[in-house]
Design a protein around this ligand. Structure first.
Ligand code: F6R
Length: 609
């Protein structure tokens, strides 16, 4: 959740750390702090607020240093204020720690440490860590960190500095991501690559249970129960430009506009027109197991869960395999009925979502094959699944997920095509799907040319409304959920998504002349039914904003605003119908003057339970 970074090397640590924090800010941004090794002590500054405020605070007073750590926070324990901000230190300010994760047994540890006269000043769980190190330090820093970690229950990514070892940082991981970048005479450790790639493309992914001692020209890794191991250096291909805004006002808008390109990347090399089938090398060894599965369980959270629902509809209708979709947070605590013929698929943009990861591990404990649909290469979920498909959406920085959603849906389309062809679709049916898939990127490009102006006008009209309803049926029901989620997240307007026909079982009571209802009413198999739902709204003076099929002149007469999308085959409609909903949420939030890329209370990667 939080962003952490540490630096040791020939350059000015403050500069590297502040720049890195800016890149990590999407992970959390309610407070920030920095600790630097100076000649005689540890320089420490922490502020409630954003990284910019931290940078301004230290501008004039910061000492020269080549070793330091920094943190941008998303509060879990303790309100966002200066004291609760990281880094945290021990009683004598000899050790400073930045932590990402949650220490579940911190109350017990705090009591244990207080009995030994340690003084705590914050309400955080993290503060126990420097005090544990202080308690166990006996001249050997690695040993003290190792022993402290053995006391911790929960999750952590840690970067630690100590006055006694002023030439190094110590990095430890259990359940929270950590990458170490190797530069020339410098190392940078951070929660993700965004803070590293402007320095180097050589990285070491730290694994759970590993602790690294990092000096400017040397790294030593100790793995729990194994001892010292040789670090594996990997080469990453991500460019800095890929994670910068590229002239757009917000990352979210950039990412919406990138969607045609992204989908070309998602399908590149994966369609075989001659055989009317998709090729997914990442899961090649598991294709038969999937084909013969008696049940597929898809686990995800948030927007990825909505993509999973669309995946369920696709797999069931094209391949005829029963599918269930579960929230990671529910699955992990249920007693799911699983057998050898069940296959689990976990879907996650970040590959780090704690609930999804826990569900993955739970499924594995039951001996089930677990496949991943992930965006972030090398993420924990990508590494822990038996096999998987990367969606190739590139770095998604805007907190509200957009392009990853489309790439996940497209990935499900490829998977359903593959399984469908292995089970019941003919070559010709497969080819029809492939043709439709190939048309989608251009159709999205065309929509991105013509929709923004119309949607800006609608957004201006409705930006001050307090409630919205979103309705859709079939493949477009999850799109309604996603449209409502996007609006809630970034504009703070209350919105609910429903299957259109469910409206009459309750939500219809909300409809009056002030209630905008966004209805996805494209000419698919259940178009006429949705028209009846629109009539029901109109009969109660509700305002209808319809997402409809191009050329549907009849519908235009019945609704207040009609946003048209081109025809495609039913399973692929969500790829087109969600675009106007993403833009609507974006422009409403922008017109309200809100911080689109960093909505309040949210974080990009939810690595806590
Ligand atoms: C919504 C959003 C979240 C994420 C959810 C899961 O815009 O981004 O709902 O979809 O936190 O995240 P991942 O996909 O990274 O597991």
């Amino acid at each position: 959740m939080c962003g952490i970074i540490g630096y040791v090397g020939k350059n000015d640590a403050t500069n590297v750390l502040i720049k890195g924090l800016h890149r990590l800010e999407y992970r959390g941004y309610d407070s920030a702090g920095i600790a630097l090794i100076t000649q005689n002590d540890i320089f420490l500054r922490k502020v409630a607020g954003r990284v910019n405020e931290l940078a301004q605070t230290i501008e004039v007073s910061v000492p020269q240093s080549n070793v330091g750590i920094a943190h941008t926070r998303w509060a879990t324990h303790g309100v966002p204020n200066d004291v609760n901000a990281h880094p945290h230190t021990d009683c004598k300010n000899r050790f400073a720690v930045v932590h990402n994760g949650i220490i579940e047994n911190y109350r017990t540890l705090k009591k244990f440490l207080e009995e030994k006269n340690h003084k705590f000043i914050s309400d955080t769980d993290s503060e126990v860590i420097p005090h544990l190190i202080e308690e166990f330090y006996n001249g050997d820093m690695m040993a003290a960190v190792k022993k402290s970690c053995s006391y911790l229950e929960g999750t952590y990514g840690l970067v630690i500095i100590s006055l006694d070892c002023p030439d190094r940082i110590i990095v430890a991981r259990m359940g929270s991501p950590l990458v170490i970048g190797k530069g020339k005479d410098e190392y940078i450790a951070a929660s993700d690559l965004a803070a590293i790639i402007s320095h180097t493309d050589q990285v070491i992914y730290l694994k759970d249970g590993e602790i690294a001692e990092v000096e400017k020209d040397h790294v030593k890794i100790d793995r729990r129960d194994v001892g010292l191991i040789t670090p594996e250096i990997e080469h990453v291909t991500l460019t800095l430009e890929q994670i910068e805004r590229g002239g757009y006002d917000h990352f979210m808008l950039k990412e919406i506009c990138e969607q045609p390109v992204i989908l070309r990347d998602t399908i590149r090399g994966r369609l075989n027109y001659d055989d009317g089938i998709a090729r997914l090398n990442g899961i090649a060894d598991y294709t038969e197991r999937l084909r013969d599965a008696d049940r597929i369980i898809i686990v995800a959270c948030g927007t990825s869960w909505h993509a999973a629902l669309i995946g369920e509809y696709m797999i069931e209708s094209l391949a005829g395999i029963p599918v269930e979709v579960e929230y990671g947070s529910e699955f992990r605590y249920r007693k799911p009925v699983l057998n050898k013929r069940t296959v689990c698929i976990v879907v996650s943009q970040s590959g780090e979502t704690a609930d999804t990861l826990a569900a993955l591990r739970e499924a594995k404990r039951h001996g089930v094959s677990v496949l991943g649909i992930c965006n972030v290469v090398g993420s924990t979920i990508a590494r822990e699944t038996d096999a998987g498909i990367y969606i190739h959406a590139g770095p998604e920085i805007g907190v509200a997920s957009t392009k990853a959603f489309l790439a996940q849906i497209m990935t499900f389309a490829l998977l359903s095509l593959l399984l469908g062809r292995l089970r019941r679709l003919s070559i010709d049916e497969g080819r029809i799907i492939i043709e439709a898939i190939k048309r989608i990127p251009d159709e999205l490009s065309d929509l991105l040319e013509c929709l923004p102006q119309q949607i800006k006008e609608i957004a201006m009209t409705f930006k001050d409304h307090k409630n919205f309803l979103y309705l859709g049926r079939g493949y477009n029901f999850p799109v309604a959920l996603e449209g409502a989620l996007k609006l809630k997240e970034i504009s703070y307007i209350h919105a609910e998504g429903y299957p259109a026909a469910e409206m009459k079982h309750g939500p219809i009571a909300l409809i009056d002349k002030d209630m905008p209802v966004v209805v996805i009413a494209i000419k698919d198999a259940i178009y006429d039914k949705v028209l009846s739902n629109i009539e029901e709204i109109r009969a109660r003076y509700g305002i209808v904003i319809a997402v409809c099929s191009e050329g549907d002149t009849d519908l235009k007469k019945y609704v207040d605003h009609a946003i048209c999308v081109p025809y495609t085959i039913d399973p692929l409609y969500p790829l087109l119908t969600v675009l106007p909903l993403q833009l609507l949420a974006y422009y409403i939030a922008d017109f309200k003057g809100l911080d689109v890329d960093k909505p309040r209370n949210l974080a990009k990667s939810v690595t806590v339970e």
